[in-house]
Design a protein around this ligand. Structure first.
Ligand code: ADP
Length: 393
């Protein structure tokens, strides 16, 4: 018994107006279609046949026998052929393949010299089978796609949960110690005030409290920045500036902390301006993070050299220190958040393990890159590369 599709009238208009594009990329349905056309040729004694999908631009999907690839049809020939009218340029019998009430392709058969009426009905039945195969392939592909989407979402969710857990444990762990210290010093201060002790001790406690609050506020700033990055809520105010100026500003501020550790911080500016397009406070944040690391991870009396250069459309800031360096096996981890390499500075300075993550994220937002070369016990060299931009005056 022949079903709906075979009872449908042959196409009478331009098939391109009525077709829908489906694509088959998987081996399984392709193999099935190949088997179908071979079986059909065998049963009809056709010398060749093929299955063509509209989406494939007349490239056969499955071929059997000595079937010359059908020529692309002119609109006129197409009208004839799809209406079942023999055409001299196209000696094939054409049977449309339906997929959800649309024609998605056709079976082209090279007719045997003699054939019975049974022949047309049989080919139509095979065309219908091919349609069902395509429908199945389509459904499977959609299911697979949905599955992949769900797996991806699941992974993202797991990452977000991990990230939040890390933030939470980092916050509780890293906030507790400076908070406890501040609390302790406040109690000592209170005792001092009650017992009318000397001002020198009060000054010392005040200093320690300030330090503790500084640590807390640093951590809160970093966490806030991370939260913004995670929520993709970073607004960029891009302006064209000379990178020399940005780096100079940060170096001026960092001379104090470097001097405190007896270190020499030198800056070599480039001869010509290096114009880059950045959000200035965020670009300063990157340089600040790199410089404070260089100071933090370099011993007393160390040297820190900052240099600006350019090469083939790229501006480069190199920040070199002769500090403790990074073990080779861990160098790839340092741009990840919450990495295990998180180390205290050479004077016990606090570390959050977030600075480089934030810096590399911001660098990517400026279409730049952040790289590092380092040798343990010898020192490190960080490179910030940013695309140069043209400035019209
Ligand atoms: P933090 O310095 O707060 O730990 P960062 O993300 O800035 O966070 O750095 C991650 C880790 O990379 C540090 O803990 C440290 O082990 C290593 N690191 C970064 N900069 C340097 C440097 N200049 N010299 C040696 N190690 C560094």
């Amino acid at each position: 018994m022949l079903s709906e599709a075979t009872n449908s009238p042959r196409l009478s208009g331009n098939r391109l107006k009525t077709t829908k594009a489906v694509e088959v990329r998987d081996a399984k349905p392709l193999n099935k279609l190949q088997k179908l056309i071979e079986e059909l040729c065998h049963r009809t004694s056709a010398s060749g046949g093929c299955i063509i999908l509209s989406a494939e631009e007349d490239v056969p999907l499955a071929v059997s026998g000595s079937m010359p690839v059908p020529l692309p049809l002119s609109a006129e020939a197409e009208n004839d052929v799809f209406s079942g009218i023999p055409h001299p340029d196209y000696p094939h019998s054409i049977h449309p393949i339906y997929h959800l009430d649309h024609v998605v392709g056709y079976i082209a058969l090279r007719k045997p010299n003699s054939h019975s009426g049974f022949y047309e009905e049989l080919v139509d039945a095979y065309a219908q089978l091919a349609g069902k195969e395509l429908e199945l392939a389509d459904k499977t592909a959609k299911l697979q796609f949905q599955n992949e989407k769900i797996t991806k979402k699941q992974k993202q969710l797991e990452q977000a949960i991990n990230f939040n857990n890390n933030i939470l444990s980092l916050t509780t762990h890293d906030l507790r110690s400076p908070l406890n210290a501040v609390k302790g010093y406040l109690e000592l201060m209170e005792n001092c005030l009650n017992t009318d002790q000397n001002a020198h001790e009060l000054e010392e406690y005040h200093l320690q409290i300030n330090k503790g609050i500084g640590n807390i506020s640093d951590l809160v700033d970093q966490l806030n920045e991370i939260a913004m990055l995670e929520l993709k809520r970073i607004d960029l105010n891009l302006v064209k500036v000379d990178l020399n100026w940005v780096v100079q500003e940060v170096c001026d501020v960092m001379q104090g902390p470097a001097l405190n550790k007896g270190q020499q911080l030198k800056l070599i500016r480039s001869e010509k301006p290096l114009h880059v397009e950045v959000d200035v406070p965020k670009a300063k944040r990157i340089i600040f993070n790199l410089l404070s690391n260089a100071i933090k991870y370099t011993r007393y009396d160390g040297n820190i050299n900052v240099q600006l250069t350019h090469d083939k459309g790229t501006a480069r800031v190199s920040i070199q220190d002769n500090g403790i360096g990074i073990p080779e096996s861990r160098i790839n981890e340092i741009f990840e958040p919450f990495q295990k390499l998180q180390r205290q500075g050479t004077r016990g300075e606090k570390s959050t393990g977030l600075g480089l993550f934030v810096s590399s994220y911001l660098t990517r937002m400026f279409k730049g890159s952040l790289t590092v070369e380092s040798e343990e016990s010898k020192g490190s060299m960080f490179y910030l590369n940013l695309p140069l931009t043209k400035v019209k005056f």
